[in-house]
Write a protein that binds this ligand. Structure first.
Ligand SMILES: Nc1ncnc2c1ncn2[C@@H]1O[C@H](COP(=O)(O)OP(=O)(O)OP(=O)(O)O)[C@@H](O)[C@H]1O
Ligand SMILES: [Mg+2]
Length: 281
């Protein structure tokens, strides 16, 4: 689903490239952490996957599409299948939570009727039904990040990329967000998370791709950074209440029952696993 073949990216002519001959594959439905020192190329990798940057060499394939074959006017459609979340949330400050999430549907031309169904549903599924009228400045960091995740998922992307989603959060909120991302993954979305939060990485026991100076230094489930194995007892105590019943949403409770056939919003059922496009190589 995500494949890099000998991908390099140089920002400048001199010196080492930011990414240096990186090959890796992330399958549909996987959860992968990307870790590594500052400057090791993690954000560069994310930007390449979003086609915000072009590689200097190599090939990137996402959902069966070679990124260098995607024309400029096709980029918005391509990006619709990739949700993205950043450290600094990037919410629209002059719009409330509902409007922030609705906006992502408006720009793809979703009908207002569907938007009115979909937004409350997804907000309650990230635990924010009660706050839909609040503005970003009135929310905690953890809440703002949940809005950003709702916005990233509302158009049902097959892939969710997160670049340091917990970088601005305290330990408790960081755990809550990671557990939320894990739930999203368990319901079928491919999730790639760049993080410096090694404590959580160790505890969650996922694939860990470790970058160092532009190359993949290590890649595996048995990641060990050399420190004593740490397993947080907190790991299981967060997240479960996100997906329980939420308080009513301004009388709209139930209005969205048929959203994605009553399955969780991020369920990918009905889509084939693996690559979608017709121009598979
Ligand atoms: N726009 C740019 N122009 C020139 N050099 C850049 C640019 N963006 C990144 N770089 C360089 O590329 C390298 C990789 O940067 P990148 O942002 O991918 O690192 P990172 O792993 O995300 O680091 P951090 O953990 O600090 O976010 C760094 O040496 C950085 O200075
Ligand atoms: Mg970065």
């Amino acid at each position: 689903m995500i494949r890099l073949e000998h991908v390099s990216k140089s920002y400048v002519k001199e010196g080492l490239p930011a990414l240096n001959d990186v090959s890796l594959e992330i399958n549909a439905g996987d959860f992968a952490f990307i870790v590594g020192d500052s400057g090791s190329g993690k954000s560069t990798l994310i930007k390449l996957l979003l086609k915000e940057l072009e590689p200097t060499a190599g090939t990137i394939t996402i959902n069966g599409k070679k990124l260098n074959k995607i024309r400029r006017r096709q980029i918005p459609k391509f990006r619709r299948d990739i949700g993205v979340v950043f450290q600094d949330f990037r919410l629209l400050k002059d719009r409330n939570i509902y409007q922030n999430v609705a906006f992502a549907q408006q720009v793809i031309g979703e009908s207002s009727r569907n938007i009115r169904k979909n937004v409350p549903k997804i907000l309650s599924q990230v635990g924010l039904a009660a706050k839909y009228r609040a503005y970003p400045r009135q929310l905690s960091g953890g809440e703002q990040q949940r809005v950003a995740i709702a916005r990233a998922l509302i158009n049902r992307p097959r892939i969710l990329l997160a670049d340091e989603p917990t970088g601005n959060l305290d330990v408790k909120n960081a755990w809550e967000i990671m557990e939320l991302l894990d739930e999203i993954n368990q319901n079928g979305t491919t999730v790639v998370v760049v993080t410096h939060n090694l404590e959580i990485v160790r505890a969650m026991n996922k694939r860990v791709i470790q970058m160092q100076k532009g190359v993949v230094r290590d890649d595996g489930a048995d990641w060990d950074d050399g420190s004593p194995l740490y397993r947080s007892g907190e790991a299981s105590s967060y997240g479960s209440d996100y997906f329980g019943e939420q308080p009513g949403f301004s009388g709209e409770e139930g209005a969205a029952d048929d959203f994605f056939g009553g399955r969780p919003f991020y369920t990918q059922s009905g889509r084939q696993n693996g690559d979608g496009g017709g121009d598979e190589d």
